[in-house]
Design a binder for this molecule. Structure first.
Ligand SMILES: Nc1ncnc2c1ncn2[C@@H]1O[C@H](COP(=O)(O)OP(=O)(O)OP(=O)(O)O)[C@@H](O)[C@H]1O
Ligand SMILES: [Mg+2]
Length: 141
């Protein structure tokens, strides 16, 4: 699915729609700095019913929020190379199956990503325009 948004509000709305339809699963977000990944996750959290403020977990790599289901928010931007401890934390969260797992800068651990996931690619177009491509991978149609 391809979405074009003209503002951060529209990106949050797209995230919210996805959040409303999810109970669990892994969502990998790809795209440059400022492309809109965290903004989308804010909307996603809203859709899950989470009211706490969503910030990129810059110093911790992971934050967990509770709503009608949990939101595990990972951000691997600062990771220079794949780190086994971080990967274990991610897989622990996946194994629990009690929430939605959103991973910013998932490309940093590309070789370790499980097959079954949703990939979301963000592209910065002109000004406030963003292209968002959502793709289900690794599951049968
Ligand atoms: N259409 C849009 N969608 C999303 N964000 C937008 C849009 N237009 C403008 N913005 C602005 O772009 C910025 C996006 O920042 P955001 O933190 O979501 O990016 P990010 O992809 O998470 O970056 P990082 O890799 O640094 O974590 C925000 O300042 C937001 O207000
Ligand atoms: Mg971010």
């Amino acid at each position: 699915m391809l979405i074009r948004t003209q503002s951060d509000k529209e990106t949050m709305e797209a995230g919210k729609r996805l959040g409303e339809s999810l109970k669990n699963g892994l969502i990998c977000l790809f795209g440059d700095l400022g492309a809109g990944k965290t903004t989308f996750i804010r909307g996603l959290a809203d859709g899950i019913g989470i009211s706490s403020r969503i910030q990129s977990p810059t110093f911790t790599y992971q934050r967990v929020h509770a709503g009608k289901t949990k939101l595990y928010h990972f951000d691997f931007y600062r990771l220079d190379k794949p780190d086994q401890m971080m990967i274990n934390e991610l897989f622990d969260a996946i194994g629990k199956q009690d929430g939605v797992i959103a991973v910013e800068w998932a490309e940093k651990i590309w070789d370790f990503l499980p097959e079954k996931r949703t990939d979301i690619r963000f592209k910065h177009l002109e000004g406030d325009c963003r292209e968002i491509i959502i793709r289900q991978v690794g599951s049968r149609l």
